[in-house]
Design a binder for this molecule. Sequence first.
Ligand SMILES: C[S@@+](CC[C@H](N)C(=O)[O-])C[C@H]1O[C@@H](n2cnc3c(N)ncnc32)[C@H](O)[C@@H]1O
Length: 216
Amino acid sequence: MFRLVRTADGSYTLYNEKWGDYYHSLDGAFSESQYVFIEQGFIKEHLQKATSLHIIEVGLGLGFNLLATLQCCEGWNGTLLYEAWEPEPVPSDWLKAVWEKSHFSHPVLNAIVEKVPLFTTPNITIRFHWKPWRQGSIDYKVDRIFYDLFAPRTCKSLWERPFLYACECLNPQGMLLTYSITGTLRRLLESHGFAFVTPKGFGKKRQMLRVYGKQP
Ligand SMILES: C[S@@+](CC[C@H](N)C(=O)[O-])C[C@H]1O[C@@H](n2cnc3c(N)ncnc32)[C@H](O)[C@@H]1O
């Protein structure tokens, strides 16, 4: 059902045979998380001026985006609230194999393996929602959304209404990041009045997507 794959930066990812897709770019799995979500999400810049950060991740997968966020927040005195949605957690043996081969270790990884609902430290709260992201999942606005599902060709409907709904959950300074952009997504965003840009994508990808929260 899964295949372990080494990527260009030395970190490992999985190929999921059911979805027919990889969890990350083969050009560098952890580097992709750092580029698309941390760098292009201006997380460092946010930490320099804010005392709190609320992130939603749609598609926790192997936890790379969470690890990259925790790494970026090291030494910051503010409070992080990270909420991740994942309806099909990867079996623990596969998770452990990926993390071990990639030389990752962090107490939060145990929380993922044990599928706990909550992991906390004095200034970090991580809520795991072991169910699908859908319209109505939350009733508040957030600073960042990491929309990291498998590609639209494998799960088209998740890039329609649930995607638009995610954009609606951004606060006015908020940003949604995702690794890809299609003509359909572009038209959807335009027809619903969202401002967005398409920076250079990670690795061989030409473009990625950053959507901005609607102004009041
Ligand atoms: C590209 S992988 C995510 C990689 C992950 N963000 C990481 O850093 O390792 C896509 C993930 O989306 C999950 N997924 C599928 N349908 C979903 C849904 N409706 N809501 C949330 N996640 C979903 C899949 O199970 C898979 O783990």
